[in-house]
Write a protein that binds this ligand. Structure first.
Ligand SMILES: [Zn+2]
Length: 313
C-alpha cells in the first residue's frame, strides 16, 4: 500500500502509524490557536504579536519573511480556519466575509452574490461596524438577487452581540471548543471514508497476524494473481489448481480446495451454511457491528450445534 495510506489512522483505513509531517502541522497550528486566545500575560504570544502582527489581524498577516518558525506557521495557517469559528468581541481579529463568526459557516458561503461584488474580501468585522451601524463597501450597485441577500444579511446582523473584550476562537472539532492537536491531526488525515468495521476489527481479540490478514483482505491488498498483475507482475494470473482468475474470493471461498475446507467445517460444526465471498463474511458473519464482537468470532445464531468461540479457536 502507499505509505501515505498506511499512515492513516486505523478507522480511516490505515495502520495508524504516525505521520510526523501531519503531526508537526497540527502542533504548529496550536500556536495559531494561542495567538487568538491567549491574553497579554503569555510572553511568547505577546512577542509574536508585537513582532509580526502589530495590531493587524492574524489572518491578514504577511506570508513572506520572518523566522523559520513564523514561515512554518504561515504555510499551514489556512488549515486552522477549517475547524475554527469565532466569538465576536472587539471584532478586530475576525474577517467579515471569510471567517465563521455568524451562524455555522462563513458569510461568503451564505451570501455568495454579495461576496462576489464586495470591494474588500479580507475586511475585518470592526472595519464594517462604523459609528454604530454596518457599513460595507461594494464595487457596483445591486440587482434584485443582491438586494434579497442584502436584506437577509442585515436581519442576520441585527442579532449580533458586540462587546469590547477580545475576539475568541472556538474549536469546532472538539466538544469543549478548545483546540487539540489530536482533532486537527485527524481532520487533516481524513480522506473522506470512515470505515467503522476496521476500528472494531483492531479492537477485537483476534491474534494480531489475523487482524493484519483481514485488514489486507478488506483493502484488496493480498498478493493474489489479479492484484499482482495490477503491479506489472509478469506471471500467470490464473489459479494453478483450477485455472480461474486468482482473486481473494477465489482463494478463500470459491476454489475447489476452499470449497472442500468450508464443507468440512460446515459438516463438523453442523452449520446451516457457509460464506460465499469476503463481502458476505464482513456483512453477515463477522459481528463487527454487534454488541458481543469482542467475545465471539462467529455469531452464535449460525452455529447449529452449540459451538462457541472455544470450538472454533
Ligand atoms: Zn482455484
Amino acid at each position: 500500500m502507499r505509505w501515505s495510506n498506511v499512515c492513516l489512522p486505523k478507522d480511516f483505513g490505515g495502520l495508524g502509524i504516525l505521520n510526523t509531517r501531519t503531526l508537526n502541522e497540527a502542533l504548529i497550528l496550536k500556536w495559531v490557536w494561542k495567538l487568538y486566545n491567549s491574553d497579554e500575560e503569555d510572553l511568547c504570544c505577546s512577542l509574536l504579536r508585537n513582532k509580526y502582527l502589530r495590531n493587524k489581524p492574524f489572518a491578514c498577516s504577511k506570508k513572506k519573511g520572518g523566522s523559520q518558525f513564523w514561515r512554518g506557521v504561515q504555510q499551514v495557517k489556512n488549515k486552522f480556519f477549517l475547524g475554527a469559528s469565532f466569538q465576536v468581541g472587539n471584532r478586530e481579529n475576525i474577517r467579515f466575509w471569510v471567517d465563521t463568526w455568524l451562524g455555522e459557516v462563513a458569510l461568503k458561503l451564505i451570501y455568495p452574490k454579495l461576496f462576489t461584488c464586495c470591494r474588500y474580501t479580507d475586511i475585518t468585522v470592526s472595519e464594517c461596524w462604523i459609528g454604530g451601524e454596518w457599513v460595507i463597501d461594494f464595487r457596483r450597485t445591486f440587482g434584485p438577487a443582491e438586494v434579497e441577500e442584502w436584506d437577509q444579511l442585515l436581519s442576520q446582523l441585527e442579532g449580533v452581540h458586540l462587546s469590547e473584550s477580545p475576539d475568541k476562537a472556538i474549536w469546532r472539532l472538539e466538544a469543549k471548543g478548545v483546540y487539540s492537536s489530536r482533532s486537527m491531526y485527524r481532520f487533516i488525515s481524513f480522506g473522506g471514508v470512515l470505515d467503522k468495521r476496521v476500528g472494531k476489527l483492531w479492537r477485537s481479540k483476534l491474534p494480531m497476524k489475523l487482524k493484519v490478514f483481514v485488514w489486507q483482505a478488506m483493502h484488496n491488498r493480498l498478493p493474489t494473481g489479479v492484484v499482482l498483475k495490477g503491479r506489472n507482475w509478469k506471471g500467470d494470473i490464473n489459479c494453478p489448481l483450477c485455472g480461474s482468475p486468482e482473486t481473494i474470493d477465489h482463494i478463500l471461498f470459491q476454489c475447489i480446495i476452499a470449497r472442500f475446507v468450508w464443507a468440512c467445517i460446515k459438516e463438523a460444526l453442523g452449520w446451516e451454511k457457509t460464506p460465499l465471498c469476503l463481502e458476505e463474511v464482513f456483512r453477515d458473519w463477522l459481528p463487527l457491528g454487534g454488541a458481543h464482537h469482542n467475545l465471539k468470532f462467529f455469531p452464535l445464531r449460525l452455529l447449529g450445534g452449540g459451538f462457541g468461540y472455544q470450538g472454533i479457536k
